[in-house]
Ligand binder design. Structure first.
Ligand code: ARG
Length: 455
């Protein structure tokens, strides 16, 4: 490819460290599309002839078929997908193939291919995020009134409902979705035509190639066009945040399926057994969602580290952008699919969750609030009185509603029997009617809000 200047080929180790064809072949579709758009534009502005264009179109179409059919002989000595396709084109159609690279460089070509690939990945993942939101919504709709413990520090805090808990993830995923769309909008400018780094003297029409490839327009600075990968960094950030959300739910499933909790059960199809312990039902899918989040976060940090300190413009370091991006996209797709599948499979144990919702003096806040409302006690004092009642109940081995009136009045003489109305988990959950709170009627409204938004 640069035989004019070079008398010898690369050493074996040079060829090995240099080649990206092993992984960038994944972008063959994007490369063919980019070349077609470029060739059509070249013909339109009169840089190549109509005959050359039809030869290139025919050749690229056949190459696409060869690759799709697994019949294309990828060649490591041709470094990457761009040179592999170009060389094969010239092999097939001769002279015209050699004219394709007029007014472009692999630098703008690869920047375009990666953007196109990431854009497709964003669209696929956005659809999957929506599906996962639907799966959370499905559980939430059924369980707006299903009591479960709400935790802070993984200690019983206040009663909540399974529906409210599911809806928390709907909110998180909705922001992931909106971040994905935002990132897509910023990505959607076309670097093709920036050529090596400074643009070109040929009268190319960058607006035409941008439009042909579905971009909003061409990028405005040729140096930036070939030097920047922040679109990929942003994509990886969105993936990492989304995976981090999924990994938190995965961790909860690991906890909830533990028999000591027994909040939910996953079926045969979404768990694995043990080759030695016959009783086992392991939540491997959840563990792998949690685990794969590590490599997705790693891809983000990896590319940030590749890009930091790189002087403008292109440097071969940037070839290292692809594997992390591909892997993160594929891993997140798997995590989203597995999470949706677990949600559709899981069977909540309402009895266990309701019992746990009342454990650990979870209605202590309700008692304190009652003291504030009924006895006009300042909240700090109410907190102290309630703390003494909890300590007494704990010593007696009962929960708060198990204390007698006498025991309560020994701590605060003004307490009356009305207090028992606020000590059940159900009453506690139902009382939290503030906007965004746990109350079942609230949660049902939020379910409807999202069902309509997603419809
Ligand atoms: N395979 C290269 C990459 O992925 C393509 C760009 C090569 N450009 C260059 N100047 N050698 O980055």
């Amino acid at each position: 490819m640069w035989g004019g200047r070079y008398a010898e080929g690369p050493s074996a180790i040079m060829a090995e460290i240099n080649a990206s064809i092993g992984f960038d072949r994944k972008m063959w579709r994007q490369d063919v599309l980019g070349s077609l758009a470029h060739a059509r534009m070249l013909a339109q502005v009169g840089i190549i002839s109509a005959d050359d264009l039809s030869a290139i179109e025919r050749g690229l179409e056949q190459i696409g078929q060869e690759i799709a059919a697994g019949k294309f002989a990828f060649d490591t000595t041709l470094e990457d997908i761009h040179l592999n396709i170009e060389a094969r084109l010239t092999e097939r159609i001769g002279e015209a193939g050699k004219r394709l690279h007029t007014g472009r460089s692999r630098n703008d070509q690869v920047a375009t291919d990666v953007r196109l690939w990431v854009r497709d990945a964003m669209d696929g993942l956005a659809a999957q995020i929506e599906d996962c939101m639907r799966a959370f919504l499905g559980v939430a709709a059924e369980h707006t009134g299903t009591l479960m413990p709400g935790f802070t520090h993984l200690q019983p805090a206040q009663p909540t409902t399974l529906g409210h808990h599911m809806m928390a993830y709907v909110e998180m995923l909705s922001r992931d979705l909106s971040r994905m769309r935002d990132a897509r909008a910023r990505l959607n400018e076309c670097p093709l035509g920036a050529a090596a780094l400074c643009g070109t003297g040929f009268p190319i029409d960058r607006h035409a190639t941008a439009a042909a490839l579905g971009f909003d327009g061409p990028t405005r600075n040729s140096l930036d066009s070939v030097a920047s990968r922040d679109f990929a960094l942003e994509f990886l950030s969105v993936c990492a945040i989304c995976a981090t959300h999924l990994s938190r739910f995965a961790e909860e499933l690991v906890i909830w399926t533990n028999p000591s909790f027994g909040f939910v059960k996953l079926g045969d199809g979404m768990t694995t057994g043990s080759s030695i312990m016959p009783q086992k039902r392991n939540p491997d899918a959840a563990e792998l969602v949690r685990g794969k989040t590590g490599r997705i976060n790693g891809a983000l940090v990896g590319l940030l580290t590749v890009m930091k300190g790189l002087a403008l413009t292109y440097a071969k370091d940037m070839q290292e952008d692809k594997e992390g991006v591909f892997d993160a996209a594929e891993s997140l797709a798997l995590c989203l699919a597995a999470t949706a599948a677990m949600l559709r499979d899981m069977k909540p144990n309402l009895k266990r969750m309701a019992e746990a919702a009342g454990a650990g003096f979870s209605t202590a806040t309700d008692l304190a609030d009652w003291l504030v409302r009924e006895l006009k006690m300042p909240f700090r004092d109410a907190h102290h009185v309630t703390g003494r009642l909890v300590a007494h109940a704990e010593a007696m081995g009962v929960d708060l509603s198990g204390l007698t009136m006498n025991e309560m009045q020994a701590v605060e003489p003004r307490i009356h029997a009305g207090v028992f109305g606020v000590l059940s988990p159900a009453a506690s959950a139902a009382s939290r009617t503030s906007f965004g709170g746990t109350a079942p009627a609230n949660v049902a409204r939020m379910v409807t809000y999202w069902q309509e938004k997603l419809a």
